[in-house]
Design a protein around this ligand. Structure first.
Ligand code: FAD
Ligand code: SIN
Length: 532
């Protein structure tokens, strides 16, 4: 190993990788129990959380109750949810919402002072707490402010986690299935100095969010390249459920936008109707719940209509709703559409499905512990068992905060007994140089996104998945070769991570010999009866 400069070495009791809802809420909960550091690969507020529109689900008033929310979640999950996890998340929701409010997050209320609850697809009651159509922005604002004001939390923006540090970096042989791999911190690229720093920790939380940017058409911001999932997979941690990628049925059709702008599902709860370009309704052909069927059904129905008609988009129609109500509830969507010349109180909104959410990720237990010691995961990068084969709308922010809380409680318990690992070598980039052709990285990233869009999208087949895998393998070898020769850069690492994540989605999709929830394979159109 060369260039050992231990002055670069930072040490924290709690290292948090990611500054969305999961990372920030974990940090606030462990602060005071040790030194805390949050790293974020760009700015603190560039997260999927900031983009969330619809809201956060929680049972608030009768006639709603926990059993109804549990049942709706299980129904959406198509037999693969873990019922114990579903109960835990649903029952802990009200307490976690109160905590958010204590941190300064505001949810809309009606004129009587009661929470104004929205309804989304798959929910049998109105139970979505929201802040207009910008709930995520409001949550992120509240949490960022609380974190910035906290004297015991250090924030490092523009710090990109390259790898988590485990015994592999000590040259030790470890076994994936025994819980003998441990995490000692992370190698982190400081984007301001362009050097890789070693950050040591007693406990690490991965909260790196989703994988949407692996697809060409996505609602996710560009940070969502599945870095945490890829890092854990490379460290031989367990990743699960990756075949279940959720496509949101209604993103605004505007090919110039990346990410695609979301038209919240709450608009269908508000009365929005899906129509073909010829103005005809179609959802009644697919499901008796029509426009309020769960997302997988609506997205597949739109996909089918587009393929049948050859159109590029369908419409969402809210023109029958009063203009003042539209503007009051959905000001963000109203303004965005108006900026494109669409007055949604008079014009239909052109919409298409877009990759939106990963139900799978780093496998965790009920305490948010991964298969790697001293390493927790929470939020969209994790797989808790809540979503099964399909996530119920607005259950994701909720899952993030409930599991950040579980992780915080357990991490506080173990941190006192943990020590820093002394023998960690510095990052070794000997013999490498800056990649000579950045264009290759950009081009390969685009290729991955196209492969995932066209072959691993809403409808899959054996042939498409095989084709995707073959194409990916070529890019994998080219990229690994480049990586071995190159000084670390964020874009190269993200490309590598996207390939890894794409591979995991394809591999797990090929292993599933049925269609279930979000995974539809035209060669196995039926669902296998569970237990058979
Ligand atoms: P994120 O909020 O995505 O944060 C990830 C963090 O990790 C970022 O700070 C990023 O910089 C950091 N990071 C990633 N990789 C690295 C790395 N290598 N090094 C350092 N830092 C890294 N869910 C709901 O429940 N209700 C909704 O209404 C809703 N609406 C949505 C609307 C849109 C448009 C989108 C995209 C998602 C929506 N979701 C919604 C899903 C929900 O927003 C996300 O699942 C959730 O916010 C994820 O939170 P998180 O904390 O896990 O990750
Ligand atoms: C939306 O507002 O439609 C998104 C909700 C979600 O992804 O849960």
């Amino acid at each position: 190993m060369r260039r050992v400069d231990t002055s670069k070495r930072k040490k924290f009791d709690f290292l948090v990788i990611g500054s969305g809802m999961a990372g920030l809420s974990f940090a606030l909960k462990v602060a005071g129990k040790g030194k805390v550091c949050i790293i974020s690969k760009t700015k603190l507020d560039e997260t999927n959380t900031s983009y969330a529109q619809g809201g956060i689900s929680s049972v608030t008033y009768a006639p709603d109750n926990f059993e109804k929310h549990i049942q709706d979640t299980l129904t959406a999950g198509a037999g693969l949810c873990d019922p114990k996890v579903v109960r835990k998340v649903v029952e802990e929701a009200p307490g976690q919402i109160e905590e958010l409010i204590r941190w300064g997050v505001r949810f809309d209320k009606d004129e009587k002072g009661n929470f104004d609850l929205h309804r989304e697809g798959g929910h049998s009651e109105n139970r979505i707490l929201h802040h207009k159509d910008q709930t995520g922005y409001e949550i992120q604002r509240g949490l960022v402010q609380a974190v910035r004001e906290h004297p015991e939390i250090e924030v490092l923006e523009d710090h990109f986690a390259v790898e988590i540090i485990t015994q592999h970096h000590l040259g030790e042989l470890v076994h994936r299935w025994r819980r003998d791999i441990e995490c000692y911190g992370a190698y982190v690229l400081n984007r301001r100095t362009n050097s890789v720093e070693t950050i040591l920790s007693k406990v690490t939380l991965i909260a790196t969010g989703g994988v949407g940017s692996v697809y060409q058409t996505t609602t996710n911001p560009s940070i969502a390249t599945g870095d945490g999932i890829a890092m854990v997979y490379r460290a031989k941690g367990i990743v699960d459920n990756m075949e279940f990628i959720q496509f949101h049925p209604t993103s605004l059709y505007n090919p110039k936008d990346r990410p695609s702008f979301l038209i919240t599902e709450a608009m269908r709860g508000f009365g929005g109707i899906l129509k073909r370009r010829d103005g005809k309704k179609f959802m009644h052909k697919y499901d008796e719940r029509e426009c309020l069927a769960p997302r997988d059904i609506v997205a597949r129905a739109i996909d089918n209509e587009l393929k049948t008609t050859g159109d590029d988009y369908v419409y969402l129609d809210v023109t029958h709703k009063p203009k003042e109500e539209i503007k009051a509830h959905y000001p963000g969507i109203y303004e965005k559409c108006l900026s494109l010349g669409i007055d949604i109180s008079k014009d239909y909104i052109p919409v298409v499905p877009a990759a939106h959410f990963s139900c799978g990720g780093i496998k965790v237990d009920e305490k948010a512990r991964t298969s790697i010691g001293r390493l927790y995961a929470a939020g969209e990068c994790s797989c808790t068992g809540l979503h099964g084969a399909n996530r119920l709308a607005s259950n994701s922010l909720l899952e993030g905060i409930v599991y950040a809380d579980a992780a915080a409680k357990d991490a506080i318990e173990i941190v006192g007994a943990s020590t820093f690992c002394k023998d960690i070598p510095e990052w070794n980039d000997e013999g490498t140089s800056h990649p000579e052709e950045m264009v290759l990285i950009t081009q390969s990233q685009k290729e991955i996104e196209q492969i995932m869009n066209y072959y691993v999208g809403i409808v899959r087949s054996n042939l498409r998945l095989k084709r995707a895998l073959d194409r990916l393998e070529i890019i994998y070898h080219e990229t690994e070769d480049l990586y071995q020769r190159s000084t670390v850069s964020q874009r190269l690492c993200e490309l590598r991570n996207s390939i890894q994540v794409g591979y995991l989605i394809i591999k797990m999709a090929r292993q599933r010999k049925e269609s279930r929830g979000l995974h539809y394979n035209s060669d196995y159109p039926d669902m296998i009866k569970l237990g058979s």
